[in-house]
Design a binder for this molecule. Structure first.
Ligand code: MEV
Length: 318
C-alpha cells in the first residue's frame, strides 16, 4: 500500500478508442487501448481544516471549486460516505498530462486516480468492481450517458473488447505497427455529441441506426484482424469507421484535415478517437520511420501535439 508518511497517492492513464466510440453507447462492441504516455497522479495529504484541491481548474477550498470539478467532488463525497467520514481534512493535488476534453479519457482517469488515492488514504484495498462504481458516479456527471468503456480502460494495462453491460474481454494487444495520435488542439464535446447521436438514432428517417450497427460490425471485424495481425485490413476498417462517424456528425473540419493528411502520408487507416467534434485522431502505420514522418506532417498541418504509440510489446519508438 502506497502510504508515505501521511501522503497517499493513486494513478491512472489515458485511453485510445481504436474503434466503436458512440456506437458503444448503443450496445455495439468497441475496442480500446490503455494510453500510458498520458497519465495522472492524485496525491492526498491529511491536514486539519477544510478540504482543498490543487488542479488546472482550481486551487483552493473545494467549496469554491467551479462546476468543472463537480464530478470529482461528488465522487469524493461518495467515497467519504462509504467510509462514513466527513469530506474535511484533506489536501488533494491532481497532476495530469492527459489533455483534458480531447477524447483521451481524462475525466475517467482523474476520477480513477482520486478514488485509488482515497482508498490508500483510508488504508483499504479497492476491488475493480468498487472502483468502477465510484468512477461511474463521476462519468455520469461529466458525460451524461457514458457506456462505461473509459472507466474500464483507464485503470487497466490491457486492451479491452467491450460491450456495455455485457462483457469486457481484456487482452494484450500485439501488432507489428504503430498508432500515431494527433491532438487537434480543440476541446471535444463528448456529452453534446453523445446526445446528438442519440437523437439521430431515435429518428428512424436519418439512417443513423444503420450507421451505428455498421460500426458494431466493423469493431467485430477489427477484432478478427487484430487476432490475425492483418494491419492492412485493420487500416481499411478504421477508414470505414471514420466514414460512419462523419455521417453521424461527430467529426469536424480539423479532424477531417488531419485524417486526410494521414492518408496522404501513407497511413493504413485513420479516424477520430473518443467523443469527436475536436479532440484527437489516430492513424495506423506499419513502420517506425513512417510514424515519425507522420508526426511531422501532423504538426505542419496544425496539430497541437502528437504521440507515437507502439502496438506491440517488442517494438519501440525509433
Ligand atoms: C468517449 O470517450 C466515448 C464515447 O463512446 C462515449 C462513451 O462511450 O461513453 C463517445
Amino acid at each position: 500500500m502506497e502510504v508515505l508518511s501521511n501522503i497517499a497517492s493513486g494513478k491512472a492513464h489515458g485511453k485510445i478508442i481504436l474503434i466503436g466510440e458512440h456506437s458503444v453507447v448503443h450496445n455495439e462492441p468497441a475496442i480500446a487501448i490503455p494510453f500510458t504516455s498520458a497519465n495522472v497522479e492524485v496525491t492526498i495529504e491529511k491536514l486539519y481544516g477544510e478540504t482543498t484541491i490543487e488542479s488546472i481548474y482550481h486551487t483552493g477550498k473545494i467549496k469554491d471549486a467551479p462546476v468543472e470539478l463537480n464530478n470529482l467532488i461528488e465522487t469524493l463525497k461518495a467515497v467519504c460516505d462509504y467510509f462514513d467520514t466527513s469530506i474535511e481534512n484533506l489536501h488533494i493535488t491532481i497532476n495530469s498530462n492527459i489533455p483534458a476534453e480531447r477524447g483521451m479519457g481524462s475525466s475517467a482517469a482523474v476520477a480513477t486516480a482520486l478514488v485509488r488515492a482515497l482508498f490508500h488514504t483510508f488504508e483499504t484495498d479497492l476491488s475493480d468492481e468498487l472502483l468502477y462504481q465510484f468512477v461511474s458516479i463521476s462519468e455520469n456527471i461529466a458525460h451524461g450517458n457514458p457506456s462505461g468503456l473509459d472507466a474500464k480502460v483507464v485503470s487497466s494495462t490491457d486492451s479491452i473488447f467491450y460491450v456495455k453491460n455485457k462483457n469486457a474481454d481484456f487482452f494484450k494487444l500485439d501488432l507489428p505497427g504503430y498508432l500515431v495520435v494527433a491532438d487537434t488542439g480543440q476541446k471535444g464535446a463528448t456529452g453534446e455529441a453523445v446526445t446528438d447521436v442519440g437523437r439521430l438514432v431515435a429518428d428512424r428517417k436519418t439512417g443513423a441506426k444503420q450507421l451505428v450497427s455498421g460500426l458494431g460490425d466493423l469493431a467485430n471485424q477489427a477484432r478478427r484482424f487484430i487476432e490475425t495481425k492483418d494491419l492492412e485490413r485493420l487500416g481499411e476498417i478504421l477508414d470505414q469507421a471514420q466514414n460512419n462517424l462523419r455521417q453521424l456528425t461527430v467529426s469536424n473540419d480539423k479532424l477531417d484535415f488531419l485524417i486526410r493528411t494521414a492518408k496522404d502520408n501513407g497511413a493504413l487507416g485513420a479516424k477520430l478517437t473518443g467523443g469527436g467534434r475536436g479532440g484527437c485522431m489516430i492513424a495506423l502505420v506499419d513502420k517506425a520511420d513512417r510514424a515519425q514522418q507522420l508526426t511531422e506532417a501532423f504538426l505542419e498541418a496544425g496539430a497541437s501535439k502528437t504521440w507515437i504509440h507502439p502496438l506491440g510489446e517488442n517494438i519501440n519508438v525509433k
